[in-house]
Design a binder for this molecule. Structure first.
Ligand SMILES: [Zn+2]
Ligand SMILES: [Zn+2]
Length: 370
């Protein structure tokens, strides 16, 4: 027969004195048991549960590309102030090859991570430099691109980014197959020696301008298939889809597009959707973004995309132009409205994101006029 344990006795007395089995009993038992079980003293601490970032709470994520000009942490406050709960940034100047070290200092990275946590922003997407061409048949440009992409990955890890979006590249005079093989090899070379942690590389579909690869999902799939060892996924840009000939204006066209994506790269690989209306007509094969609802794609398509069950759980990131002050805020609000929610922007950090070069150009013009 089992010897009655101390906890049994406690339960017995408790039930007798109160007439019921109380809540909190388990806690009482636990405390008493611990006090009498010597073995417990040597029990190792259970490993801590992996920390799930606050943004992965299942809530809808709408973000916008914000500027890092001046201070990289300012990009977070700007996104938050615009009413977004996710964001995309460049981690260095997007149209220049980095001169010297483009490393982010530990102090800057720590400040950035802490502020991001406070604002519960996520996912954090980094868009790679536009000069990078991982498909280039020119060995000098290829090497430069691989090195620059290696730096992009290192900065992404330092900042705690979730995704690094890159355009597959232009094959120039080489064949499609050679271009795909070059991209796969470049990605592997760039990732060499890095611990990527949670960072994923997303290949973005393109408008198909010139010899750029990636306007066909079969091309993206060829690269994904060639790099099973890398954490690769896909970013789908709506303006690029439309320019590449996918008619997403009506529900049936969107459905056909999503089925095609599912049948090629697989929708589970699609982690981010770039939400841009298009200045140009269907199949134009050029990349010209427009404000949500003001372009050739139209508002209804974005409502359908935001609420489509096949795209549930993806983050939606705007890359719309700034033509006048308030455009960013209006585009963020437009997306929230299409989801049936109204999110008021706090107004903090709401300076329009501005490219330093554009500002400098404007200043020079103003000076010339004066
Ligand atoms: Zn892009
Ligand atoms: Zn895009």
């Amino acid at each position: 027969m089992r010897k009655p344990a101390l906890s049994d006795k406690i339960e017995f007395y408790w039930i007798r004195s109160t007439g019921e089995s109380p809540e909190g009993m388990a806690e009482t038992q636990h405390a008493v048991t611990l006090a009498f079980d010597a073995a417990d003293e040597y029990r190792p601490e259970p490993p801590p549960a992996p920390e799930i970032p606050a943004w992965q709470d299942g809530s809808l994520r709408i973000g916008i590309h914000t500027s890092i000009a001046g201070d990289i942490t300012g990009s977070l406050d700007m996104a938050h102030g615009l009413g977004a709960n996710a964001l995309q940034i460049f981690s260095s100047s997007p149209r220049m090859w980095a001169r010297g070290s483009s490393r982010i200092t530990d102090a800057d990275a720590a400040r950035f991570r802490a502020r991001r946590k406070e604002l519960a922003l996520g996912p954090l997407v980094i868009h790679a430099n536009y000069l990078i061409n991982l498909a280039s048949p020119n060995p000098v440009l290829r090497t430069q691109s691989v090195q620059a992409f290696h730096q992009e990955l290192a900065r992404g890890v330092a900042l705690g980014a979730d995704f690094l979006v890159v355009h597959p590249g232009s094959r120039l005079e080489s064949s499609i197959e050679a271009g795909e093989a070059a991209i796969a090899q470049s990605l592997k070379q760039a990732a060499r020696g890095l611990k990527l942690g949670e960072l994923r590389i997303l290949l973005e579909n393109t408008a198909g301008q010139g010899s750029s690869l990636g306007s066909r999902f079969e091309e993206l799939k060829a690269v994904l298939d060639a790099c099973p060892e890398l954490p690769l996924g896909v970013c789908v840009d709506t303006a690029h889809l439309f320019a590449a000939g996918w008619d997403i204006r009506k529900a049936a066209g969107l459905e056909a597009t999503l089925r095609h994506i599912e049948g090629t790269v697989g929708l589970d690989r699609v982690r981010i959707v770039h939400m841009n209306d298009s200045k140009v007509a269907l199949g134009s094969r050029v990349d010209r973004h427009e404000h949500i609802g003001k372009g050739k794609v139209g508002l209804e398509a974005f409502r359908e995309i935001l609420n489509h069950p096949m795209l549930a759980g993806r983050a939606f990131i705007l890359e719309t132009p700034i033509d006048k002050p308030g455009d960013d805020k209006r585009n963020v609000a437009a997306l929230w409205r299409l989801t049936g929610r109204v999110v008021r922007a706090t107004g903090e950090g709401m300076e329009p994101r501005r490219d330093k070069r554009i500002t400098a150009k404007k200043k020079a013009k103003a000076k010339a006029r004066a």
